[in-house]
Design a protein around this ligand. Structure first.
Ligand code: HEM
Ligand SMILES: *[C@@H]1O[C@H](CO)[C@@H](O)[C@H](O)[C@H]1NC(C)=O
Ligand SMILES: *[C@@H]1O[C@H](CO)[C@@H](O)[C@H](O)[C@H]1NC(C)=O
Length: 327
């Protein structure tokens, strides 16, 4: 009998089963092997966020960029290896990820290695720390399932095309998210992450100097021109995505978009394009609806192409595969 005639009825019977790897994740993964996992992550993250308030936004972005490039496998934490390849973190899209986002993961890992060596993956730390940070700054709290393994490798050449840029058209951005299984509503909800954090002037300079983008709120455009006047000589200049409540995770990002207060042209386009506007309107009017949609979409992000079993390893150091570590 042909194999396909067996497979077809099986596929019809179980169309709703999640992929195998994902179904192996469980919220209790470390209950026996590292019972203090959640507590250690929580404590470290709170200390770091209180000391450096930009940590939450940086870590949320780091998590997203790790997951959409080859899965949530901490490949973004690996250092470039001069002998083999340039790593994801050295791709220009990731260059602006703040050192404090990497630092909070490394600090957590260091503490966990002391109490349960070789047990907790860097990928699980990123997922758990991101959830803790999002809820700490006012966002929703959602359950994180655990058991991800870390990748063996990381290649900058894998990044292009998986991460949207602020000057891409909405059509292109919809395509990029669709390729990961996200519909337009999920895409709009996820990008609500821009309710915290900032972008460097170079990311939106083309909208604020002549000609000024007519979709920009004029007073806001003037403020940005002042802020970014010297951005070429001082490339560290940056503006908050949400000037109303820059460090609070809320739905103000969507309210701002409707008022022409948007940093990136991709942000502004979401409030104008007929495919995305209904969701911007919904989330601007109803924060509960935004939090529910964000939670649902983040849970999807957190299981993208995860590695389990022998597809990966638990790295002893997050920046090096075990094969390159000396004991
Ligand atoms: C429409 C698609 C998106 C585009 C075009 C985009 C683009 C950008 C750009 C250009 C920056 C500024 C980087 C810099 O100058 O330092 C940024 C920052 C940020 N992005 Fe996105 N992004 C998108 C979606 C997302 C998603 C889905 C998330 C997470 C779920 C996210 C989270 C963040 C966060 C938190 C920051 C602030 C980082 C910080 O303050 O360190 N973005 N994004
Ligand atoms: C979009 O921005 C990138 C840098 O982020 C730049 O390399 C590229 O040329 C820009 N594309 C357009 C069409 O402006
Ligand atoms: C806001 O959204 C929530 C969740 O979807 C819903 O239960 C609630 O009825 C909405 N509130 C209003 C005022 O529409």
């Amino acid at each position: 009998m042909a194999a396909s005639s067996l497979l077809l009825p099986l596929l019809l019977l179980f169309p709703l089963l999640p992929p195998m790897a994902e179904s192996k994740l469980t919220p209790n993964y470390y209950d026996k092997t590292c019972p203090n996992f959640a507590k250690i992550v929580q404590e470290t993250v709170v200390d770091k966020q209180l000391a450096v308030p930009s940590t939450a936004a940086g870590t949320l972005r780091l998590f997203f960029h790790d997951c959409v490039v080859g899965g949530c496998d901490a490949s973004l934490l690996l250092n470039s290896n001069p002998l083999t390849s340039t790593a994801e973190r050295d791709h220009d899209i990731n260059k602006a990820l703040p050192g404090d986002a990497f630092d909070v993961i490394i600090r957590t890992k260091t503490k966990l290695e002391l109490i349960c060596p070789g047990i907790v993956s860097c990928a699980d730390i990123i997922a758990e720390a991101t959830r803790d940070l999002v809820s700490m700054v006012g966002g929703p709290y959602y359950p994180v399932r655990l058991g991800r393994k870390d990748s063996f490798q990381s290649h900058a050449s894998d990044v292009e095309g998986h991460v949207a840029r602020g000057n891409m058209s909405i059509s292109r951005i919809i395509e990029i998210f669709a390729a990961k299984g996200f519909n337009v509503q999920e895409m709009v909800a996820l990008t609500g992450a821009h309710t915290i954090g900032f972008a460097h002037c170079s990311e939106f300079a083309n909208r604020i100097f002549d000609p000024v983008d007519p979709t920009l709120n004029p007073a806001y455009a003037q403020g940005l021109q002042k802020l970014c006047a010297n951005y070429k000589t001082d490339p560290t200049m940056a503006a908050f995505f949400d000037p109303m409540s820059p460090s609070k995770f809320d739905n103000m990002y969507y309210v701002n978009l409707k008022n022409g207060v948007a940093l990136l042209s991709s942000d502004q386009a979401m409030a104008l394009d007929p495919r995305t506007k209904p969701f911007v309107d919904l989330y601007a009017a109803n924060q509960t609806a935004f939090f529910e949609a964000f939670t649902h979409a983040m849970l999807k992000v957190s299981v993208l192409d995860i590695k389990t079993g022998r597809q990966g390893e638990v790295r002893r150091r997050c920046d090096l595969p075990n094969s390159l570590q000396k004991n």
